[in-house]
Ligand binder design. Structure first.
Ligand SMILES: Cc1ncc(COP(=O)(O)O)c(C=O)c1O
Length: 449
């Protein structure tokens, strides 16, 4: 059996799923909630670097990283050592009631990544959606306003507050009843489908007009709006980067009306785009920044980082039992050492390399409409026809499943896009392998037309 530690390229030796994987899938079907939406039958047994192995000994090249979580790769030895060490010293004490040095240690490291123009404070939770919930509460508390603005296509989580912002797929909201009141959604700047035909850097001006001329004049007075919540690159919605000029305009509006700008970096943050935070590319200063996923290489921790002037709530107004758990913090500190010690630079280098090879896919393949993203956050939009841009979900699904059978893990995203978000450790040889498999999968799917 090839083990994940012995290979850096995929190796498929059984039909998929293999017999042992099949047993796990049947076992899972008996006990696990059917609400989970697995795209293909991948069963993970062990992982190392960018390779995940299934119980049948098949090795997959992982261009998902557990939805952009395993930023340092699977089981990076330094992360594993930090977790082991901390687990032997102190696993839990509840930062909401007791002090422990781990929380301020990680908070100091996060604050060091923020714009120097302000002082910042940090609240730790356990998941992305918890960071969103906490940020909504903080924005309401700080402004004494309750209205919220979010974007179509955005994904901010599945608990009832964050779900009120999420506007990605209606299955995520269907039958869950009345959500938070006072939430308005506006279009996200999506240059490939810009109604005005504007390119990636100009698109979005009309949305700023809509906000100021329609929403603020006809729906909510801006003085009632607590926050605008935005992903700098939509993740679940299709890996769609907002133009930097758009983010700057949003910041202008927020500053002008005293609205909190909440930057959801849960998927795009922690070095993945070649900078610590995707909003750094725009040179702006949000009021509240949310992080989770890639921050701790797979251990469950999230944080929201707010300007000190904003995070002024009283003891008891917000808390959590597990947030800032010492073992998760140890993993996050080791992760940040690795990200800042070279992986962020690698994300830019290998990301640029991949874009230089796949940027012309829309010219080479009639079903690839758009290739977009930054660093190692790469989206590919699949269409039936370049002219009509008709969304081709069925073809997208075929490509994703075909890539799996060839040993490459990628995920669907949005209605008809593919997302690639590998660990930040990948090298050019692994990038070439992923590109080759994707090209084969696209070509074979085109032939079925
Ligand atoms: C941008 C963004 N925000 C929030 C979340 C919710 O995170 P979690 O699934 O950890 O609750 C996600 C998850 O995909 C996300 O991509």
């Amino acid at each position: 059996m090839i083990t994940a530690t012995e290979t850096k390229l995929p190796h498929i030796k059984t039909a998929l799923p293999g017999p042992k994987s099949k047993q796990v899938i049947d076992y899972d079907a008996k006990y696990i909630s059917p609400s989970l939406s697995r795209v293909y039958p991948m069963v993970a047994e062990r992982g190392s670097g960018a390779i995940v192995e299934d119980p049948d000994g098949n090795a997959f090249l992982d261009f998902c990283a557990g939805i952009a979580v395993c930023s340092t790769g699977h089981c990076h030895p330094k992360v594993v050592a930090a977790i082991h060490k901390q687990a032997a010293e102190l696993i839990h004490i509840a930062g909401t009631d007791f002090y422990h040095r781990h929380m301020p240690q990680l908070a100091e490291r996060l604050v060091a990544t923020m714009p120097k123009s302000h002082n910042w404070k940090v609240f730790f939770g356990n998941s992305g959606t918890e960071a969103v919930e906490g940020a909504i509460k903080l924005a309401r508390y700080a402004t004494k306003r309750d209205k919220l603005i979010a974007f179509y296509g955005c994904f901010h989580g599945r608990t009832l507050g964050s779900l009120s912002l999420t506007a990605s797929k209606n299955t995520q909201r269907k039958y869950f009843g009345t959500l938070l009141g006072g939430v308005e959604h506006i279009p996200y700047p999506y240059s490939y489908r810009c109604a005005l035909g504007h390119g990636p850097e100009e698109c979005g001006g009309e949305i700023i007009d809509l906000l100021e001329q329609q929403i603020f004049k006809r729906l909510f007075a801006p003085e009632e709006v607590a926050a605008i919540v935005v992903e700098p690159i939509q993740g679940e919605g299709g890996f769609i980067p907002a133009p930097l000029s758009f983010l700057r305009e949003l910041q202008r509006i927020c500053n002008h009306y005293g609205i909190m700008m909440i930057m959801d970096e849960v998927q795009s943050g922690v070095g993945r785009t070649g900078k610590m935070w995707a909003y750094d590319h725009a040179g702006i200063t949000p009021d509240i920044v949310l992080t989770a996923k890639g921050i701790a290489s797979g251990m469950p921790i999230s944080a929201f980082i707010a300007k000190e002037s904003v995070m002024q709530w009283k003891p008891g107004s917000h808390g959590t039992t597990y947030g800032g758990n010492p073992v998760c913090v140890a993993s996050a500190l080791a992760t940040l050492d690795l990200i800042e010690g070279g992986l962020m630079a690698n994300a830019k280098k290998v990301g640029d390399y991949i874009f230089s090879k796949i940027g012309d896919w829309p010219k080479r393949f009639k079903i690839v409409g758009d290739v977009r993203g930054k660093g190692l956050m790469m989206g590919v939009e699949i269409v039936r026809d370049h002219q009509t841009k008709e969304r081709a979900k069925d073809l997208r699904d075929k490509i994703v499943v075909n890539a799996f059978h060839k040993g490459l893990l990628v995920l669907d995203s949005g209605e008809n896009s593919i997302r690639m978000s590998p660990p930040l450790i990948i090298d050019e040889e692994q990038a070439d392998c992923a590109i080759r498999i994707m090209e084969e999968a696209i070509r074979e799917t085109e032939k079925t037309l």
